[in-house]
Design a protein around this ligand. Structure first.
Ligand SMILES: C[S@@+](CC[C@H](N)C(=O)[O-])C[C@H]1O[C@@H](n2cnc3c(N)ncnc32)[C@H](O)[C@@H]1O
Length: 337
């Protein structure tokens, strides 16, 4: 958690009298400290009960002097507190950083640390030349631990949002076929199939093992070049367009539209480049978009641009609908002629 600053100190940073980058340096240090603490099992040990530094060292098998230094950073940045010589997790740590926290943000942090450390190299050259580094999915495929974290993250978000998405999107009457382009885990298509008995789904994705499970079939393929099944009642592009530059994203929209029967429904979900949420969502969105650009040649495309691509593909798009559970995500439906 960013170091808590009293208003007068914060004002000095804002006025440029204190070095604002120092706060980012502290954040960088905190990120590494959190990941080290998780590796050592510090937060899980403190979840059981408050411990002295010596007890914590014995419980985690860490060197007492080293651990005391680590605890110093975690305490200064609000992840642990000390009372009567005993350390305890703070509420943000219990909520987000223990193995049994409702959301394991430590895994997300570990994934992003690896992405930024390993894939944001060459950023200045890329921005100067206009040539992103690219190669994200090839890199990810070679890192099974990070790949599992990435796909679990997509799955977790989908499990959280799918109920609302299914309730928000009205499928054409009697829909029997659904194509989920870049559907990965298949959570969204699975939720639609459960809500619409008789609906059969096909997931096409570059990072899946081909298989069939109930109403869902997974096919491996590149979205820009694979043969895609036609005559679909519904085709979905969920969190996929942002992985492509504008030209390829527009081409993918046209390909997706081409899979629909007359009157079929194209459903798009995307992260908004300017989310209506709080300052943290806005700042994360900017970093996310930069990451998409540099590591995949993509971007968070403006919602109006995506609507134009849908029109160019011959579809009639409706308005974007923000999701109540995550206002930085929105869905849009478009009907094929
Ligand atoms: C951000 S994830 C979204 C997954 C899922 N649609 C969701 O919303 O949770 C993007 C997915 O697109 C797949 N993907 C990205 N580029 C692809 C390509 N060129 N061909 C096939 N699949 C691709 C990835 O493997 C990944 O599963």
């Amino acid at each position: 958690m960013p170091v808590h600053l009293p208003p007068d100190e914060l004002a000095a940073f804002r006025r440029g009298e204190a070095p604002a980058p120092m706060l980012d340096l502290i954040g960088l240090m905190a990120c590494h400290a959190i990941l080290a603490a998780r590796t050592l099992g510090v937060f899980d040990a403190l979840a059981a009960r408050p411990l002295t530094a010596d007890e914590l060292a014995a419980s985690t098998g860490a060197d007492a002097a080293g651990l005391e230094q680590l605890l110093g950073v975690l305490r200064a940045t609000g992840y642990v507190e000390r009372q009567d010589g005993r350390y305890a997790n703070t509420p943000p740590t219990s909520a987000w950083l223990c193995t049994d926290s409702p959301v394991d943000y430590g895994r997300i942090l570990g994934l992003w640390q690896a992405i930024v450390t390993e894939r944001w190299t060459g950023l200045a050259d890329a921005v100067r030349s206009g040539t992103p580094g690219g190669g994200f999915y090839t890199w990810l495929a070679g890192r099974p631990d990070l790949s599992a974290a990435f796909h679990d993250l997509q799955r977790g978000l989908a499990e959280w949002l799918s109920e609302e998405v299914v309730a928000t999107v009205t499928l054409p009457e009697g829909s029997g076929s659904l194509l989920d382009l870049g559907g990965g885990h298949g959570v969204y298509s699975g939720a639609f199939c459960r809500a619409h008995p008789g609906l059969q789904g096909t997931v096409v994705d570059g990072a899946v093992t081909e298989r069939t499970d109930g109403p869902l079939t997974w096919r491996a393929g590149d979205l820009l070049t694979a043969d895609l099944p036609g005559g679909q009642d519904v085709t979905m592009l969920f969190n996929v367009l942002h992985g492509f530059g504008a030209a390829d994203a527009a081409a993918l929209v046209a390909r997706a539209a081409g899979t629909l029967r007359a009157g079929g429904l194209l459903v798009v979900m995307e992260s908004l480049p300017e989310p209506p949420g709080n300052a943290a969502d806005v700042a994360f969105g900017a970093g996310f978009s930069l990451n998409l650009w540099h590591t995949q040649g993509g971007a968070l495309h403006p919602p109006e641009t995506i609507r134009e691509w849908l029109k160019e593909a011959g579809c009639a798009p409706g308005p974007w609908k923000e999701l109540a559970r995550s206002p930085s995500h929105a869905v849009l439906t478009a009907t094929a002629p």
